[in-house]
Structures are given as C-alpha cells and as structure tokens.
Design a protein around this ligand. Structure first.
Ligand SMILES: [Fe+2]
Ligand SMILES: [Fe+2]
Length: 418
C-alpha cells in the first residue's frame, strides 16, 4: 500500500501515534467504509511509545452491510490518518442527523459528537483567545443547519440523559452556550403550548431558533477583555459594567443578520430578573420576554452547578441548583446592597504606612495580598447570600415547568422537589 505517514511495513504503518486520530467506529455507516482508510492500533513488541497501525476493511465488496455494521461494533476505537481527517469531518457533518438518531450508538458518544461539532462552530465565531469575533450570515446559517440536522435527536427528552453528564463539568463559555441552547430546545419541544405554535414544522422552526439563541446568548463576551471575564476577585466599577455590557454587545454583533425579534430580545434580556434587579434595562415581570426568561433559567441552571475553581465555591448537584433557584432569599436587602456596592466600589483602600522605611516591593506585595484576600472574602459573602435563594430572579411558573420537563428524563430525579 502507499505510504501515508509513519513507516510503511506492508499492510501496516509503524508510528508513535502522532499521525493518527482515534474515532468512534459506530459513527461510520457501513456503506462509507471504503471512503476512508481505517486502522487498528496494535502494540509493537519490545518498543515503548511506538505502535503498529493495521489497515482494515480494504475490500468490503463481498461482505453484507449488516455484517459490516456488526464488525464495526467490535472495536472501541479505530484510527484514521491525519491526512483523511478533513474528509472524515465532512462525513460527520453531512451525516449528523443519521448518526444522532442511531440508537445503536451509545448516547454519551452522540452527545459528545454534537457538542464537539457545535463547539467548533461557536469557537470559530468567538475567535481564538477571545480575539475579534467574526460573525456573519454564513456562520449563523451553519449553526442553523447543524441544529436542523440534529433536531430529531437533540430535542428529544432522552437526550437530557446525555446532557446530564455534561452539566456541571465544564464551564467554558462555548460548552456552556451549547448546553444552554440544548436545554432551551428540549424545553420548547416539550412545551409547545406555552409558545402558541401549531403544527410540527412550526415547532421545529422554533426549536432551531431557540437552540441558536442559546448558542449565541453570550457571544458579546467576545468583545470583553479576557482578564476581566476570568477575574475571580472583586470587580471594579468599570469591569462590572463592562461584563454586563455583553448582552448589548451580543445584540450589536448579530444586528445585521435580521434575526427574528424574539431571538434578539431573548439574548438582550437574558440577565433581567423578575423583580427588576437585573440588567441591562431592569425590566420587571411581564415586561421580560418569554424567551429571555427561559434563557435566564437555563443559563443559571447550568452555571450554578459549575465545578469549583476557587476554595469558597462548592460544587452543586442539579437538584441543589434548583433548590437555590426556587428558594426565597431571606436576606434579599443585604444581597442587593452588596450587589450595589460591588458595582460602585472601583477604588482600592489606601496603602498603609508608606514611610516605615520598608522595602517598597515587599509593601506592594503585602498590599496586593491583602487586596486579594479582601476580594475573595467579599465574593464569598456575596455567593453565600445568593445561594440562600434566587426566586426573585425567575418566573416561578416557568421555572416549575422547567423542573417538570427535566424530571421527565431518567437522569434527573426532581419529583420530591415538585
Ligand atoms: Fe450572559
Ligand atoms: Fe450564559
């Protein structure tokens, strides 16, 4: 055979693995087997870190498709040469609807595939390292196409079982956005009566729209410097305002696309609170559009269960997250006062004892340390206050429906909550 990388030893290639990429065998439909060269990875006796990659399925013409399908399920992982990866990617995207609907493939693997493909598109939109976002009609159409391809599988209630394994494990902006879009799509699909849609095609159109809304709800963060987005301590007044501006930035970035009004409103108002204490406009109750209310619920549900990154953050189960979201906060005044203070306190306290003749570098470091401790303490207090209840942020009826919808999946057990 022709040599495509590594060392050619007839039917096999010897390689340290850098030229090969692992793929999920069951993603391949048998009639596509001959389109790519698939390899099996084998140990090379006596050599560490070097493997034999044996080419499989070189001639499949005499084998019935059903047998081929069964053969594929024998391997946990097969390999493709880097050179073929672009073709393989295209194959996955073109056949997404078939793969996602295939119940013979483990749910986790299908969920992962969909997440990875959406991740790639959203990452492309937001740019590497939060560089300049580049969003155009083409990308929007790509997302819409992906979602409409995936709609049969992704909006199904069973897919919640797959998403349950993702929730709380990754809070990268991209995966967060995918999960929010996904939760919204499942919710709309399961509660068409709330949205006044009639007929399957109208519902499908709406499900695709809300999924894309979720995917893009935080796109405006791409315009905010990364060091502010990732800052763990106390935010200055300007930083606080800058972060809040992401909702307005999102709408600005999407403006030329002529998206439906409810999609734009959903994105713009996804941080409005039911009692009027949210942003950007401080809208209250009925003034907040339904899609914005839904986006807010899905957004916080995913964000609350985030993996701890700081000592004061404790990981929450989906159940605990919902308890917080539905709980009445007994210290609402104190919480709101604190929120106000954070927004208003851009200053740092004056450095004490400038004339003590000590090394200025040491004094500066001590000061920074004190400031960091102070900031962490304040974030901790705010978070503890917030965790006593967030019912003032959400539409109670909608939240209840949200819980009921999640409860229909066997991965979430909220019946005692309801
Ligand atoms: Fe947001
Ligand atoms: Fe968000």
């Amino acid at each position: 055979m022709a040599m495509v990388g590594g060392i050619d030893i007839g039917d096999e290639l010897v390689d340290d693995g850098t030229n090969f990429i692992g793929i999920v065998p069951t993603f391949i439909t048998p009639n596509y087997l001959t389109m790519f060269r698939f390899y099996e990875k084998l140990e090379l006796s006596g050599e560490k870190g070097v493997y034999r990659f044996r080419c499989l399925f070189k001639d499949t013409t005499a084998i019935p498709e059903t047998t081929l399908g069964r053969m594929l399920s024998v391997w946990d992982c097969l390999y493709i040469h880097k050179q073929d990866m672009a073709d393989y990617d295209r194959y996955l995207k073109d056949n997404l609807h078939i793969i996602l609907a295939n119940e013979g493939i483990e749910l986790d693997k299908r969920v992962m595939l969909f997440t990875e493909i959406c991740f790639e598109v959203i990452q492309g939109v937001m740019g590497d390292n939060f560089g300049l976002p580049k969003f155009g009609v083409e990308t929007y159409n790509k997302l819409k196409y992906l979602m409409s391809e995936a709609i049969g599988g992704v909006s199904d209630i069973n897919f919640l079982n797959g998403i349950a394994t993702l929730i709380g494990h990754d809070y990268g902006t991209y995966t967060h956005s995918i999960k929010v879009g996904w939760l919204m799509a499942i919710f709309v699909n399961a509660n068409p009566d709330l949205f006044g849609v009639s007929g399957k095609s109208e519902l499908e159109k709406l499900v695709v729209e809300v999924a894309v809304m979720g995917f893009l709800h935080d796109i405006g963060k791409a315009k905010i410097p990364r060091h502010i987005i990732n800052k763990k301590g106390r935010l200055s007044n300007l930083e606080y305002v800058a972060i809040q501006a992401h909702t307005v930035y999102s709408v600005g970035l999407l403006f030329e696309l002529n998206l439906p009004k409810h999609v734009m409103e959903g994105i713009l108002y996804h941080h409005e609170n039911e009692d009027g204490s949210g942003y950007p406009c401080g809208l209250k109750g009925e003034k907040i559009p339904l899609f914005a209310k839904l986006c807010h619920i899905a957004d916080v549900f995913d964000a609350l269960a985030l993996t701890p990154e700081l000592p004061y953050k404790t990981s929450k189960t989906p159940y605990q997250s919902l308890v917080i979201m539905a709980g009445k906060n007994p210290n609402l005044d104190a919480l709101q006062q604190m929120e106000k203070e954070v927004a208003e306190s851009g200053d740092t306290p004056a450095v004490d004892g400038a004339d003590h003749g000590e090394n200025p570098d040491i004094k500066r470091l001590e000061h920074e340390l004190r400031m960091t401790r102070e900031a962490v303490k304040r974030v901790e207090v705010r978070m503890r206050l917030r965790d006593k209840g967030m019912a003032h942020c959400f539409d109670a009826e909608l939240l209840k429906r949200f819980v009921m919808t999640l409860n229909r999946s066997k991965s979430f057990e909220f019946s005692t909550f309801l």
